[in-house]
Design a protein around this ligand. Sequence first.
Ligand code: ZN
Length: 113
Amino acid sequence: MRPEEAAGKSPLSQPRCEIEKTPLGGECQRPGEVRYKGMFLVCRPHAALLGLEDRAEAVLGSVFRMDEWLEENGSSGADEEYLGRIRHEREEALAALRHIRVEIRSARKEALQ
Ligand SMILES: [Zn+2]
C-alpha cells in the first residue's frame, strides 16, 4: 500500500479503470494503467482479459472461414493434401481456442478480485 492510500486520500492524478466503456462492461475500482485499442484506459487484469477475448474472437473467426471453405470445397474433388492441411489447421485453431478459454476463465477470476 502506498503512503497516500494508507492516509485515506485517493490520488486525483490517477484515473480509474474504464472497463464499463469497453464491450466487456462492468465496474472496476482499480486505477487505469493500460490503454486498450488506443481508447480506453483499463487496469492490468482487465487489459489481459480484453486481450484474451480479442484473441479468442480472432481464432474463432479463422475457424469459421475454414469451415466455409471446407463446405465449399470439401466434396468437389479439391486437392486432398491441401484439404488435409486445412483440416489440420482447423483442429489446431480449435485446440488453441480451448486453451484461450482456460486462460480467459482465470483472467476473469483475477479481474474480479
Ligand atoms: Zn479494471
